[in-house]
Design a protein. Structure first.
Length: 341
């Protein structure tokens, strides 16, 4: 294994972590499939984000098992999970927690902090675009710094900590689109589409016949933190890092090296965090496929979920039927690939 290892003990620990991942990959799929049928690509990308330590934005119509999928992941990894239904009247304290006056007597009374649902391992922020910006912003510090601040006091969140937020793309009335600063905190934007006819038949058959089998936990939160460290130590060629940076930089309009189609279709492009997410996700994808090195396919396959929420197309593109996926495909075809790839 071409990893940056220090001692033989470190080497054996790295090898054990890698073997644990490889031996359990099929078990993870088997356990999740007890509750969720189909959506293999979405599950794969969620696992990549989980092992890389990133947050995910999940976009899809109601009834596509987004909540069930998140709960199933939490059970497989034996993690605590909380769900927040975002509504227009939700306040920041409903997420982070609040201070209350507690005590049996006048002398013993004092302010006590009551933790909110953000103090968990996996936080499902359901329909995050239905709550005002003030409440949406309450997640910013938690997602980026893994802490919350109440009355000037900082409280560390549990580790590991992931935010999996969903939004409904159908109903736009009465919603509050997430600002770019918060969107950039999400590693991936995953789009869940309707199942195939065969998968829908399997879902209807399973859910109307009997209760689903219980999901058996395979890992702990400590294991997840080990996976995070292992993924970060996976080597990647400098040419691939440069390629990832060039792909993301090319999405920014009106720069010296920007392709013409970007200037024509895009109002706003991806920032530095996009390239970081792309490389880190590519490392996790490589590990999940039994490799300890990153390939060109790892980078290209994750470009759409990384850029989907970071590229803002203009009215001209929308009028021509151009989507972010079209822009991503054009970037892959336009930007020169590394010679060694």
């Amino acid at each position: 294994m071409n990893l940056k290892l220090v001692t033989s003990d470190d080497r054996s620990e790295e090898e054990r972590t890698f073997e644990m991942l490889q031996n359990s990959r099929q078990q993870i799929d088997a356990e999740i499939s007890k509750a969720v049928i189909g959506q293999k690509e979405i599950i794969d990308q969620l696992l990549i984000a989980l092992f890389a330590g990133g947050h995910c934005l999940i976009t899809g119509a109601p009834g596509l098992a987004k909540t069930l999928l998140v709960n199933s992941l939490a059970q497989v990894f034996k993690l605590k999970s909380q769900r927040i239904q975002f509504t227009p009247d939700l306040m920041p304290a409903d997420i982070t927690g609040t201070e209350i006056l507690a005590g049996d007597s006048l002398e013993s009374r004092a302010m006590k902090f009551v933790k909110g649902p953000v103090f968990t391992n996996i936080l499902l922020a359901d329909e995050i675009n239905r709550t005002p910006p003030k409440t949406q912003a309450a997640l910013l510090e938690a997602m980026q710094e893994k802490q919350v601040t109440v009355s000037g006091i900082k409280y560390e969140l549990d580790k590991p900590f992931f935010v999996l937020a969903t939004q409904n793309p159908i109903e736009m009335e009465g919603t509050y689109p997430l600002p770019e600063a918060q969107l950039d905190r999400f590693m991936f934007n995953l789009f869940i589409d309707y199942l195939s006819e065969e998968d829908e038949v399997a879902v209807v058959t399973q859910t109307t016949a009997r209760n689903a089998e219980p999901i058996i936990p395979l890992f702990t939160g400590h294991d997840i933190q080990q996976f995070h460290q292992f993924v970060r130590e996976v080597p990647v060629a400098e040419e691939l890092v440069r390629y990832a940076v060039q792909l993301c930089a090319a999405s920014r309009p009106h720069q010296a090296t920007t392709p013409d189609f970007i200037n024509e279709w895009v109002n706003w492009g991806a920032g530095l965090r996009a390239a970081q997410s792309l490389i880190l996700g590519a490392k996790a994808r490589a590990v999940l496929r039994g490799r300890v090195h990153v390939t060109l396919e790892d980078v290209q396959s994750l470009l759409a979920p990384v850029l989907r929420h970071r590229i803002l197309i203009n009215y001209r593109a929308e009028a021509e039927g151009i989507t972010v996926e079209h822009v991503v495909q054009q970037l892959i075809e336009t930007i020169k690939r590394p010679i060694e790839a």
